[in-house]
Design a protein around this ligand. Structure first.
Ligand SMILES: [Zn+2]
Length: 335
């Protein structure tokens, strides 16, 4: 757990940053809080919101309260007021997607002014605190001198890692972990490619066949195993649960109807990259049934990944696995 900063320590470090660095950090702070808020609301409805979900995606999944904005006046100010008239430094603005109703408040009057249940408010506040800690983690790294990263030439980085680096900002520990695994698989792929081309030259096989030898980021056994692990978990539930034909509820790619495949193609075209988000959208829009493992992960998840993996195999997409939580699929542009 990172040490957290006091408001004045935080302000001090922020002051020394460039305008671009400051606005980038403010943006990811907002984004993080929006996702944290949406996550709790989604979970209370048995849904999941993947990390890094965009405003549009959150708006598509949820039709009640969403966090619209988070403002920092720099000091307690008459410009930012709570619903009850109290002057604030930090103001949260929530909006009801369906009714359009807007509420503005300070964190202490969250429950009073939104009417959301206390348990939900408590979880949201915990989520916000975690995001604040992440900002502090970055600022402390700034203060102690940013680490440098050895990134191989030719490795295309995801935006959320590329952006801070291009602004000379450090990465969060969790981003560093991802970066390291991206670098590792990039090097492995390059080596395998090298080996493959040597073999091909020796055998005198046409070079376009090289593609077949390239190791693909296909759904790993471990991730597929998820369904079995989860099945084991479910075995602790009432007996009738076990006797109902569980394994049959696992979807494989053949189970995706043509309209479902079309819908997935549509989400990809509009820029959705998270396999989990695609599943949630399919469920929300009634394209597939809302069946889930006890972890809340949609059962359609594995079939969706397998379907998208076929694009990866054909070379039109790349994939970045985020542990067992999610997989990020990106269209390769300009081909
Ligand atoms: Zn108030």
């Amino acid at each position: 757990m990172t040490k957290s900063l006091t408001n004045s320590e935080r302000d001090q470090i922020l002051q020394d940053l460039t305008f671009d660095q400051q606005s980038y950090l403010m943006n990811i702070l907002k984004r993080g809080k929006k996702t944290a808020f949406a996550n709790v609301i989604a979970q209370s409805k048995g849904r999941m919101i993947p990390n890094g979900a965009t405003d549009e995606e959150i708006g598509m999944l949820l039709d009640d309260w969403i966090l619209d904005d988070y403002l920092d006046a720099g000091a307690v100010s008459e410009d930012l007021k709570c619903e009850c008239g109290r002057a604030l430094r930090y103001q949260y603005i929530v909006r009801h997607v369906k009714t359009g109703e807007v509420r503005r408040f300070g964190i202490n009057h969250f429950e009073e002014h939104t009417g959301l249940p206390g348990t939900i408010v408590k979880e949201v506040v915990q989520g916000f605190t975690k995001i604040d800690y992440e900002l502090d983690e970055l600022l402390l790294k700034m203060q102690n001198g940013s680490p440098t990263y050895d990134i191989p030439e030719g490795l295309k980085l995801p935006t959320d890692i590329e952006e801070p680096l291009s602004l000379q900002l450090p990465l969060l520990d969790r981003q560093e972990k991802r970066l390291n695994s991206l670098i590792r698989s990039y090097r492995e792929e390059k080596e395998a490619l090298q080996r493959g081309s040597n073999t091909l030259e020796a055998l005198d096989i046409p070079t376009q066949k090289k593609e077949d030898l390239k190791p693909k980021e296909t759904l790993t056994q471990d991730e597929l195993q998820g369904s079995f692990d989860l099945f084991a978990e479910e075995a602790q539930e009432p007996l009738q649960e076990i006797t109902s034909e569980k394994p049959k509820e696992t979807y494989f790619v053949g189970d995706l109807s043509f309209p479902t495949q079309k819908a997935i193609d549509g989400y990809i075209q509009q820029g959705t990259e998270s396999a989990l988000m695609i599943c949630e959208l399919l469920i929300k829009e009634g394209k597939v049934q809302d069946k889930r493992y006890s972890t809340k992960k949609p059962k359609i998840y594995y079939a969706v990944c397998t379907y998208l993996d076929s694009y990866v195999a054909s070379g039109s997409m790349s994939v970045e696995p985020l542990g067992r939580e999610d997989r990020i699929y990106r269209l390769k542009r300009g081909r």
